[in-house]
Design a protein around this ligand. Structure first.
Ligand SMILES: Cc1ncc(COP(=O)(O)O)c(C=O)c1O
Length: 417
């Protein structure tokens, strides 16, 4: 097979391909595998019941059933759905949006492919721009999305040790200031993999930097504000006409419907929609059909507040306790869990790489994600990048406890050589 540069880049190995492969193949290799790897959300019966009722109501109505299965929506997404989202965001936050500020995508992952390549890569004058990540480690799924090489740059974070085996990354603004040739800044908030939530002050500072450089600030709210609201700390949702906010229905419990939502200035949305038409023609109808009424009723917020956030808050506390119980006085650190569905573990001075640890754990029937591929855009040799693991706590507490026990055994074995 003779492949183009595009073909070579996009058909090869990458962190996200390995992660998704693991997710699908591990179970067939070992049906008892403990899944603490991918980003699947937990199962919340109360939330599932809401979606089940909606689906049944749609299927019982021939006209709605037809519009679910039998029509292409406009490439920007169903107009009523977009209007309802805009009205909801205006009611809650006064952002002054219309349906023209909203576009739907087939999952937010595909929205990032378009948005990032819109703003970075080779520019018309031949110069190059990068997507800059002010705080890496960042989402593994960004890593291979660029059409050209050296697509991402990132600022190495500062590390605050909080005591009691907890730590927190902060944006190192002194180093961010020297980053050049940037097409956009991007942060996930809460951050996958670390569970970090950038503070309102950090967000205001990033907004000011983006404006002063005349580039957009892209905020990936896949776990965040205003929904699914998986945050365990106070934070304000942020949007203005220099912000591109991406949201997703996935972590509400609907990763299978592949619905992402982009909120931006109208010219950006028009450009995005044109590109999305070329790539996808139109977006899936199921996600908007299931979620649309939740915006009018405000249920999207109550589901998040009453069910989704408490579920993950409890799971995160339980997972931290399990690690404390099992790891004892080993030189481990856990990133302060402020949101999302993962713990980020840092094993300082680990004698083996996190990749080797991941392999050993897989052989023991525990699937986690090794940390190195999350250091998107970070150059240079930094031992830290080989000392971290991402562990999902979306599963039931008993599974987590069993998984943590095995992780702790392997980590202890690695430290004692
Ligand atoms: C931070 C972050 N952004 C974006 C995505 C993509 O989500 P989706 O394409 O399902 O909307 C994920 C998926 O796990 C994620 O963790």
């Amino acid at each position: 097979m003779k492949l183009s540069n595009f073909g070579k880049k996009f058909t090869g190995d990458s962190g996200i391909v390995e992660l998704m492969d693991d997710l699908s193949s591990a179970l067939s290799e070992n049906p008892d595998m403990i899944f603490m790897g991918g980003g699947n959300p937990g199962r919340l019966p109360a939330v599932e019941a809401v979606f089940q009722q909606r689906l049944e109501a749609i299927l019982a109505d021939p006209a709605r059933r037809h519009s679910l299965f039998g029509v292409y929506q406009s490439p920007q997404g169903d107009r009523d759905f977009r209007r309802q989202i805009a009205d909801f965001l205006n009611r809650e936050f006064g952002w002054g949006l219309s349906a023209q500020n909203i576009a739907v995508s087939n999952g937010s992952q595909s929205a990032f492919f378009i948005l990032y390549n819109m703003f970075a890569g080779v520019m018309p004058d031949g110069t190059r721009r990068s997507i800059h990540l002010p705080l890496a480690p960042e989402y593994i799924g960004y890593g291979d999305i660029g059409l050209s090489d050296n697509f991402f740059t990132a600022t190495r974070p500062s590390i605050e040790l909080l005591g009691d085996h907890l730590f927190k990354y902060h944006v190192d603004f002194s180093h961010l200031a020297s980053a050049e040739d940037i097409g956009a800044l991007c942060v996930s908030r809460p951050t996958n993999p670390t569970g970090n939530v950038l503070t309102d002050e950090e967000m205001a500072h990033l907004d000011a930097i983006a404006r002063s450089r005349d580039i957009p600030l892209i905020i990936d709210g896949a776990y965040g504000l205003p929904f699914p609201g998986i945050l365990f700390t106070q934070a304000r949702p942020q949007w203005n006409d220099n912000t591109i906010l991406t949201l997703s229905l996935s972590k509400l419990g609907l990763p299978g419907v592949r619905t992402g939502i982009v909120i931006a200035r109208q010219d950006i949305i028009r450009a995005f929609t044109n590109a999305n038409t070329v790539v996808s023609l139109a977006c899936g109808n199921l996600g908007p059909a299931l979620a649309t009424a939740l915006f009018d009723s405000g249920e999207i917020l109550t589901l998040s507040r009453d069910h989704i956030a408490p579920y993950y808050r409890e799971r995160s506390q339980h997972a931290v306790q399990c690690f404390r119980d099992q790891l004892g006085d080993l030189p481990y650190h856990i990133h302060k869990p402020e949101g999302a569905i993962f713990l980020w573990l840092w094993f300082e001075g680990l004698p083996i790489t996190s990749q080797a640890l991941y392999q050993r754990l897989k052989r023991r029937g525990v699937l986690v994600v090794p940390g190195q591929n999350f250091f998107v855009g970070i150059d240079g040799d930094w031992p830290h990048r080989h000392e971290c693991l991402r562990v999902s706590y979306a599963q039931d507490p008993d599974t987590i406890r069993r998984g943590v026990t095995i992780i702790a055994e392997e980590v202890r074995a690695a430290y004692s050589g």
